[in-house]
Design a protein around this ligand. Sequence first.
Ligand code: TYM
Length: 328
Amino acid sequence: MKRYLSAIKPTGKLTLGNYIGAIKQFVTLMNDGDMILFVADLHSLTLPINPEELRNNSRNIVAYYLAAGLDPKKVHVFLQSEVHEHSELAIILQNYLYMGELSRMTQFKDKTQKMNNEAIGLGIFTYPVLMAADIVLYDTDYVPVGEDQVQHVEITRDLVHRFNKRYGDILKMPRALIRQSGARIMSLSDPIKKMSKSDPKGDIFLDDDLKTIHKKIMSAVTDMDCRVCYDETNKPGISNLMTIYSALTNKSFEEIEKEFQGKMYGEFKKEVAKVVVDEIACLQTKYQEILASGLVDKVLKEGKEYASTIAEKTLKRVQNAIGLYRYE
Ligand code: TYM
């Protein structure tokens, strides 16, 4: 059986980008193999975060996973920090990735470019090591993610190759899995930039009130051309709205172009807003029900047990391979 593994970091609020690029993909894949999902709470410590916010965000992500339709009978969900093997394996694996390659990672460069070296925590630098540990710990086949995380999966593959060359066939080679369209949802106010948790103007947050969502879509930046057709280079705003619409309706770009042929942008935006608002309204209702039901704690407890059993075995296999004492 194929194993899928992925995670979301509990920094800031979840966005429509997280929902389309990651969560909706998880829902589609859930019947296709063993799915393990977690909340990457250790990764969220790489930039300053308030403890209460971290605790709340972590639980909220689990509630959103379930509200989006992930079935707890089929999917295992846990908190990264509750399975100590992630940290232990990362300490080992840090010896198989190098300073040069870590300093060239896009995320590291983006997040630290305006920072003084004296203020850059080690965790943001070694972020890909922990992420590699997350992935290989579960003998993962596929890592469903948005486009921005592909580089992290690629460096994990380099590590696996390096490690196995030295010790034999110990770690499973993972692969990133991204959606054909929707792997990179762009900001509504600046469609050249990715929609991210730290951009309140261009983002749609999953907990935004519905009127705000409608307003943000109606005022999304577009172009002067007035044709609804897909052209990422010359019409990034319209192309982004088409991507969102397509991801939520399963209509192809050709179908969307036909549907809105000869119509004004205003009409198209209204339809996109309606589809997004309907989807998020439904999500928000289920999310509130789940938070009130106590299901989150139950799911996390079961998820931790399931994950720990697998993680323990892999860590022992690695310890044994590299010559550390094996506690058995
Ligand atoms: P994070 O929390 O930044 O994002 C969670 C998921 O959402 C996707 N995503 C997007 N997809 C499309 N368009 C966007 N605008 C957009 N913004 C975010 C991300 O690609 C991701 O799939 N490092 C990871 C968390 C992590 C992880 C892992 C993931 C830790 N360990 C192991 C997979 C496997 C992160 O920070 O994702």
